[in-house]
Design a protein around this ligand. Structure first.
Ligand code: ATP
Ligand code: MG
Length: 264
C-alpha cells in the first residue's frame, strides 16, 4: 500500500521564482491498484513521481510504502522497491551494454547477489522466456546492445527490467509518448499484461485521456499541484473523454491545456 499524507513541495522557495509544485497531496493506493494520472502541462504529475521516488525531500507530509516510512529515505534505497520508466527509453538503460547484461543488472539487484559477476548462465533461460512473452522476437537477441534497438523495443526491455524483480510500486511517466502510435499500443498492452499478472501497484502518467480511462482501475486528474479529481468504480466506468474535459473546465474555470494531449 502506498500512502501520501499532506505532501507539499515548493521549488525555489522564498525567491521570486517560487513555484508551488505539490499542494497538500493526500493519496492512498491499495495493493494492486493501477492508477492513471492526467493533467495539463506543469500540473505536477512528474513532480509527484519525483517526490515518491525520492528525487528530493518534500517540504511537508509523509510518504509510506507497505508500512515503511519513505519520507526521508534516499533515492537509491527507494529504487530497490520502486520501478520507474520515463518518456525517453534511454534514461533507464545502459546503451553500450547488451540486453542480457541490462536484465542481469536488474535481476541481481533484486536477488542481492551484487554487481560485477556478469550474466549467470542459469538466468539466461529465464531472460529468454520473459523476453519471448513480449512478442517482439527479442529472445534471440540477448547479446544485442541496448543502444541498437528501436525506441519501442528499448521501452519494452526497460519495462521488463523494471519488473523482472516485482517492484512494490511501478511509476510510468508517459512511457509510450515517444513511440509511434502502433508501437505505443503494443507497449501499453504489454504494460497491462505484466501489471495484471504480477499484481503490481502502478501509477501511470499519460496524455492520452482515452487510455487513462481504459487502463487500470482508477484515474486521478491533477492541476496546479493538486489532485482535483479521483475517479473509480461506476463513476469512472461511465466517464467519457468529453465529460472529463467539461468537468475540468467547470471545476477550474479554464481549459485543460496539455500540448501533447490526445483526445481520442
Ligand atoms: N526541479 C525543479 N525546479 C524548479 N521547478 C520545477 C522543478 N521540477 C518541476 N518544476 C516546476 O513544477 C511544476 C510542475 O512540473 P511537472 O514537471 O511536475 O509537471 P507535469 O505535470 O509533469 O507536466 P508535463 O505534462 O508538461 O510533463 C512546473 O511549473 C515546473 O516548472
Ligand atoms: Mg511530466
Amino acid at each position: 500500500m502506498l500512502q501520501l499524507t499532506n505532501v507539499g513541495k515548493t521549488f525555489n522557495a522564498k525567491t521570486p521564482n517560487a513555484k508551488v509544485a505539490l499542494r497538500n497531496i493526500n493519496l492512498t493506493l491499495e495493493d494492486g491498484d493501477f492508477v492513471t494520472i492526467i493533467g495539463g502541462n506543469g500540473a505536477g504529475k512528474s513532480t509527484l513521481f519525483n517526490a515518491i521516488a525520492g528525487a528530493f525531500l518534500c517540504d511537508t507530509g509523509r510518504i509510506y510504502l507497505d508500512g515503511q516510512d519513505y519520507t526521508f529515505l534516499p533515492e537509491y534505497k527507494r529504487a530497490r522497491c520502486i520501478g520507474r520508466l520515463f518518456q525517453d527509453p534511454m534514461r533507464s538503460t545502459a546503451p553500450s551494454m547488451t540486453i542480457e547484461e541490462n536484465l542481469a543488472l536488474c535481476y541481481q539487484r533484486g536477488t542481492r547477489r551484487g554487481f560485477g559477476i556478469g550474466v549467470k548462465k542459469s538466468d539466461v533461460a529465464y531472460f529468454r522466456d520473459r523476453l519471448a512473452e513480449l512478442g517482439l522476437g527479442l529472445e534471440d537477441r540477448l547479446k544485442t546492445k541496448m543502444g541498437l534497438l528501436s525506441g519501442g523495443q528499448r521501452q519494452a526491455v526497460t519495462l521488463l527490467m523494471a519488473t523482472i524483480v516485482t517492484p512494490r510500486l511501478l511509476l510510468l511517466d508517459e512511457h509510450t509518448a515517444a513511440l509511434d502510435p502502433a508501437t505505443a499500443v503494443k507497449v501499453l498492452e504489454m504494460t497491462d499484461r505484466i501489471v495484471k499478472k504480477d499484481h503490481i501497484t502502478t501509477m501511470m502518467i499519460t496524455h492520452n485521456i482515452q487510455s487513462a480511462l481504459e487502463l487500470g482501475n482508477r484515474t486521478i486528474m491533477m492541476d496546479e499541484g493538486e489532485i482535483i479529481l479521483d475517479l473509480k468504480g461506476e463513476e469512472r466506468e461511465n466517464m467519457t473523454v468529453e465529460k472529463l474535459i467539461d468537468m475540468f473546465s467547470q471545476k477550474r474555470g479554464k481549459k485543460l491545456d496539455n500540448d501533447r494531449m490526445l483526445l481520442v
